[in-house]
Design a binder for this molecule. Structure first.
Ligand code: CA
Length: 216
């Protein structure tokens, strides 16, 4: 089960999608315009976004960069079947598109395929021979369980969700330590070193003067 954010101004379409999603076992959050969509993107961290292009206020094209910067998979919903519009959306970071009117079965098949590609359908994601099982909060390397502390687990999960991106020490402190933070980015360095050593991986690299990056 995944949480899907639907950003779409036409209520009947939202209702229809919602019905199909709930039949497929997914839950959903609805946003009727671009501004509300933007608010939900930052506050709800959905697993996937269905994004209408023609929206009042802020349109889908304007929202796409905000979505890609958070690495949330996105499928465009568009009444336009023109090649140019689809290409524009894909270039701005959309992963897939569905042209209206659509069939319920098609939308679910596309959502599930994209969730699977992102490792979000069955709660398992990873890289190389490393897998994390989100529901059980367990980590395996080459099929063998690796004992991680809760912070190390969260750190690994964060790196996987932001793979390929340089993540600053300050950002990691803010997101993973929140109010427990007592002053030093060295806490982050110590956790990263332990994580690297427990996983015997060289994929978590140091980004000079910034922080770290999980290499793709
Ligand atoms: Ca619309």
């Amino acid at each position: 089960m995944a949480e899907i954010l639907i950003i779409e101004d036409e209520e009947p379409i939202r209702e229809l999608i919602k019905m199909h999603l709930s039949l497929a076992g997914h839950s959903c959050i609805e946003a009727p315009d671009g501004k509300e969509g933007l608010r939900c993107i930052s506050s709800c961290s959905p697993d996937l976004i269905l994004l209408d292009i023609m929206l009042p206020g802020m349109d889908g094209y304007e929202l796409l960069p905000h979505i890609s910067s958070r690495s949330i998979p996105v499928i465009m919903l568009t009444a336009k079947s023109g090649l140019g519009d689809r290409v524009k959306g894909l270039n701005l970071g959309a992963d897939d598109y569905i042209t209206k009117p659509f069939e319920g079965l098609e939308i679910i098949a596309r959502i599930n395929a994209l969730l699977r590609r992102c490792g979000k359908l069955n709660g398992i994601k990873g890289f190389d021979d490393i897998e994390i099982h989100l529901e059980e909060r367990k980590v395996y390397k080459g099929g063998k369980e690796i004992e991680l502390t809760p912070k190390e687990f969260d750190l690994l999960n964060f790196f996987i969700d932001h793979r390929g991106m340089a993540v600053s020490r300050e950002k990691l402190l803010e997101v993973l330590w929140q109010y427990e933070y007592e002053g030093s980015t060295r806490t982050v360095d110590m956790h990263v070193q332990r994580l690297r050593s427990k996983l015997s991986t060289e994929k978590i690299t140091t980004v000079y003067k910034v922080g770290y990056r999980l290499e793709i």
